[in-house]
Design a protein around this ligand. Structure first.
Ligand code: UDP
Length: 513
């Protein structure tokens, strides 16, 4: 460790919310320690799951870096005020120790070339987290770690408690990826675009390519040791917690549990925490700083016909290039459908793309047919408004499940990671999606090709999603049916509700703490 990092390491003992929050009277209650990946698509569902477990009587600690904690603090504070035993524990990274720029503590603010060093820095939090947990009652009874945090294996072992792998992913995706790896399905294929049938799926023929679904952290050989470490951690877990619901994909939940030989607790859709609890935090979910006033957004939507608006967002990491954004905008406008379009990186575009967006915004604002949100949008709030009728999504699992929960069909436009398999889930398994036909990965804007999907394709896909006709009606019917099942799963007696209760009961303390 370099001398410059000493001060930080000394300070790195963690800063948490008041101890009494998960303490108080001696109790046998379960105490789950969540170790999320510091990225919104992983953090948001982890926090929602912690809050759900807390509503069933558990104590929960969510660990995170300072920027991560700041994003979810309003949500956690609000839950604490309502009496839930949940706390945030904040740990700064030792930037100097691994050569990271100061403040690069969230996946979306880490320079691409420093990503590996970032994962190394996060792994160094193991000892400070352990010290923090040992110093405060109640003692943990279970670690729930994101599958991208393999070092949590050692944290749990050292604390002497079980560890569950947390996935905000569907079982279909996990089983496909698992089987492709377990049976070496890509072995000997001519190229990355060579179609391969996923082995071991009896009920369905699913075709993938290595270009689309290389495996977690298996995009390049540089990450091989980390990918193997992640796989070992997944194989050695004491169980799996998934943000999905059993009725959506019973065969794949059972298939994944059998393949891993471990119990799977399906506990979603966890976004329903906010709606069920009528939490005031729905608008600020996942980011304290939304780019638009929620009321303004709702007022705009209130003026639209039911199911007429298409919502467009690529989540918290994926980005469209400036040229791609222009094509997307023109396609949306040509579809004639009112839209809410979220652009997370518009400020980085060149003058041409920025001027286009300003002109488009002026045109659609004048007609009242479009709204551009440059930054963080209150996504679940928007999706649950009656005026919204469809979602153009990058197929991040949270977004896909949030669409399902709102009963919305989707246009699928995957970029990377699990998104291509989630697209197959939406289009082929659930029958609620229209694909724009992307065949290659676009990673953090590093792809050479700037326009992946042309304006005509966007227009056609949106018209098909939002229009009439038997197929469109059928997609809507299926989406509504899934939404009903999702809500039922989370209600008393429902499968996810029961699994949450089971977790709280099964991992309670053996002695009072
Ligand atoms: N999200 C949001 N507002 C935004 C962008 C994203 O609330 O402007 C939320 C979205 O509701 C979802 C999460 O961030 O819960 C994104 O997760 P997902 O798995 O869809 O995609 P990722 O960002 O991980 O690629």
């Amino acid at each position: 460790m370099g001398s410059g990092s000493q001060g930080q390491a000394a300070a790195n003992n963690g800063r948490g919310d008041a101890d009494a929050d998960t303490g108080g009277a001696p109790t046998h209650a379960a105490h789950f320690v969540f170790v999320p990946l510091m990225a919104q698509g992983h953090l948001i569902p982890a926090v929602d799951t912690a809050l759900l477990l807390a509503t069933h009587g558990a104590a929960c600690t969510v660990v995170g870096t300072p920027a991560t904690a700041a994003r979810v603090r309003p949500t956690v504070e609000s839950a604490r005020r309502s009496g839930l035993r949940v706390r945030l524990a904040e740990f700064p990274l030792d930037y100097a120790a691994v050569g990271l720029p100061d403040g690069a503590d969230n996946v979306d603010n880490v320079p691409l070339e420093a990503t590996r060093r970032y994962f190394d820095a996060v792994a160094l939090l193991r000892a400070p987290i352990e010290r923090y947990l040992r110093a405060r009652a109640p003692y943990p009874t279970c670690v729930v770690s994101d599958f991208c945090q393999p070092w949590a294996t050692e944290l749990a072992a050292s604390l002497g408690v079980p560890r569950l792998s947390f996935f905000s992913m569907c079982a279909f995706c996990l089983l496909c990826q698992h089987n492709v790896e377990r049976y070496d399905a890509y072995e000997g294929v001519a190229g990355d675009d060579e179609p391969v049938v996923v082995p071991g799926l009896e009920e369905r023929r699913v075709v993938v390519t290595r270009a689309q679904a290389p495996g977690f952290f298996r995009e390049s050989d540089e990450w091989k040791d980390f990918a193997d470490y992640v796989e070992r951690a997944r194989a050695e877990a004491d169980g799996v917690v998934m943000n999905n619901f059993a009725e959506m994909e019973p065969e794949y939940v059972a298939g994944y549990a059998a393949a891993r030989k471990m119990k799977v607790w399906t506990v979603g859709p966890v976004s329903l925490y906010h709606q069920q609890q009528r939490a005031a935090t729905l608008a600020a979910r996942g980011n304290a700083a939304a780019a638009i006033d929620a009321d303004e957004c709702l007022r705009w939507l209130d003026g639209k016909e039911p199911s007429s608006v298409v919502y467009v967002s690529f989540g918290s990491i994926a980005q469209a290039s400036g040229k791609q954004a222009v094509e997307l905008g023109l396609g949306l406008e040509a579809s004639g459908q009112p839209f809410v379009w979220v652009l997370r990186n518009a400020h980085e575009y060149d003058d041409t793309a920025r001027a286009f967006l300003d002109e488009l915004e002026a045109r659609v604002a004048g007609r009242g047919t479009g709204m551009l949100i440059r930054g963080w949008a209150p996504q679940v709030l928007i999706l649950s408004h009656a005026a919204v009728g469809g979602f153009v999504t990058h197929c991040g699992w949270n977004s896909t499940l949030e669409a399902i929960t709102a009963g919305l069909p989707v246009v699928t436009w995957p970029h990377f990671s699990d998104q291509f398999l989630n697209e197959k889930m939406a289009v082929e398994v659930l029958g609620i999606g229209v694909s724009v036909g992307v065949t290659e990965r676009v990673m953090f804007q590093t792809v050479e090709k700037e326009i992946v999907v042309g304006r005509d394709v966007v227009e056609k896909a949106v018209r098909s999603l939002m229009g009439g006709g038997e197929e469109a009606e059928e997609r809507r019917r299926r989406a509504r049916e899934l939404a009903d099942k999702a809500r039922a799963a989370m209600q008393e007696g429902g499968s996810s509700h029961n699994n949450l209760m089971d977790l709280v009961g099964r991992f309670k303390a053996t002695t009072a703490t």
